[in-house]
Design a protein around this ligand. Structure first.
Ligand SMILES: CC(C)(COP(=O)(O)OP(=O)(O)OC[C@H]1O[C@@H](n2cnc3c(N)ncnc32)[C@H](O)[C@@H]1OP(=O)(O)O)[C@@H](O)C(=O)NCCC(=O)NCCS
Length: 190
């Protein structure tokens, strides 16, 4: 990609247009939205925790405290995707720690997995982070979560260490992830 082309890409518009074609819409999870849709978020996330309990031992802990916790700037960097009927099809939480974007967790609904929603989300998160002068992302993966690990390594995350409890900690250059996601999405169309 040339520097001139890079400067002219409107990543937010790209995401909005491409999701629009699928009848979907990305929204910032503000505190007001979370309060309004608290039960919806809780069910959506707990359903995923339950689905993967046997593999990752994820507990259904998406209660009010978890969803409304005051992590730094969580309501500035967390996004969801909804369908035409206002159903959640993706939910993601990110916040800021030590000058870096902490990418805590992402869920795509069963019927939408493999349809690139996490890649569109990466573009939105990275572009928003760059506009706020952040350069680095930190990501977390359960050891057995091949799908998420493969996706994020392809996007440019690098494993930095494995915690004693087995959680994989990774980091990424935000601009690299943005460009990789955009390339993966635009090249797959050719
Ligand atoms: C991980 C997850 C968020 C990815 O979201 P998604 O919207 O399906 O992701 P995308 O469609 O953008 O990308 C899918 C990528 O996953 C990987 N993938 C897909 N199916 C896979 C499979 N069966 N095995 C391994 N990797 C697979 C590929 O890298 C694929 O990219 P490709 O389409 O370029 O080949 C989603 O699978 C999910 O919600 N899983 C359950 C909850 C979870 O594990 N969350 C992550 C916690 S860190």
């Amino acid at each position: 990609m040339s520097t001139t082309e890079e400067k002219t890409i409107n990543y937010h518009a790209f995401v909005d247009e491409e999701l629009g074609k699928m009848g979907l819409k990305m929204e910032l999870i503000t505190e007001d939205l979370m309060k309004k849709d608290l039960r919806k978020f809780s069910k959506f996330i707990n359903d995923s925790f339950e689905e993967y309990y046997e593999i990752y031992r994820w507990r259904k802990h998406a209660d009010d405290d978890y969803l409304l916790n005051p992590l730094t700037d969580k309501f500035k960097f967390s996004f969801c995707i909804k369908d035409r009927n206002d159903n959640l099809v993706l939910a993601d939480f990110a916040s800021v720690t030590d000058g870096k974007i902490n990418h805590h967790i992402i869920f795509t609904s069963k019927e939408y997995r493999g349809k690139n929603l996490a890649k569109y989300h990466s573009i939105k998160l990275c572009q928003t982070a760059l506009e706020n002068n952040y350069k680095e992302l930190i990501g977390y993966f359960s050891r057995k979560n091949n799908r998420s690990i493969i996706l994020h390594l392809k996007l440019g995350y690098e494993i930095s260490h494995i915690r004693e409890d087995g959680l994989i900690i990774s980091s990424a250059d935000i601009k690299t992830v943005l460009e990789s996601a955009y390339k993966m999405l635009t090249e797959s169309k050719a």
